[in-house]
Write a protein that binds this ligand. Sequence first.
Ligand code: G3P
Ligand code: CA
Length: 297
Amino acid sequence: MHARVAAATTTALIGGTVLVGGTTSILPTPHARAGSPDGGVVIVAHRGASAYAPENTLASIDKAAAMGFDWVENDVQRTKDGKLVVLHDATLARTTDVEKVYPRRAPWKVKDFTAAEIARLDAGSWSGRRYAGTRVPTLLQYMRRVSHNHQKLLLEIKNPDLYPGIERETLELLSNEGWLDPEHLRHRLVVQSFSARSVRTVHDLRPGITTAFLGKPSYARLREYARFADLINPDSASLTSGYVSTVHAFKGPHGRPMGVFAWTVDDPDAARRLAGYGVDGVITNKPDVVRSALQES
Ligand code: G3P
Ligand code: CA
């Protein structure tokens, strides 16, 4: 019902070499969607399976894997000494015990702490006693666990204006970990940001990467976004069927119809409504709830 053309021959510049041909399976093909019990909508575990384990930790992606979900989303920021870490907020206060460990360091901004200082923090107790001692992962630790779990990653560059150069550094780490090879680019990686400038920078640095803009550009500006973003990922509350169809009518930088992943959808009725709009993906803290809802529809 929600099938659309999503695969096409591509020509992409990857790591200084030209890759010609091939298709992507980041968006399921119409055939795969028709044959899938959940309509082929990609279900992304937001900050990991974050309704059930502390967000943006190795525990949260292990939980998603244990529940049978391969796509996970995270947020990447940078420490005072230049290490990339996986954290959502610009401060450490909500998701760690930083106020207890470093009481004189308010307002506890991520960028004011070294990686060694952050490594001391407990990033799990706030979410439940069983997660006491869980650490904030570095991006390197996180990528190794995603690889170990055979998962796929929707990586968000968070607050890029606070961290000049974070796009290049992130891509360098991904490249070193083998995540910019053709197989990962075609099947396993999307890089997104609320900052159009940051998404454009990622596209310019490595045009082979599938990119997403977080937000809902006006109809008039979609053509401009289609030059550097393969996906438009809006807040689900503001989404309409007409907007989804309009995005689908544009071709992104790789010559394929643009896609739409909606966030953050934990309600079964909302998940079914969005699937009815034809979204390609749903980003959720409760991937099990969304899967059940889509399988029932
Ligand atoms: O992936 C979509 C979602 O992560 C965007 O919002 O604030 O949870 O990063 P936020
Ligand atoms: Ca995010």
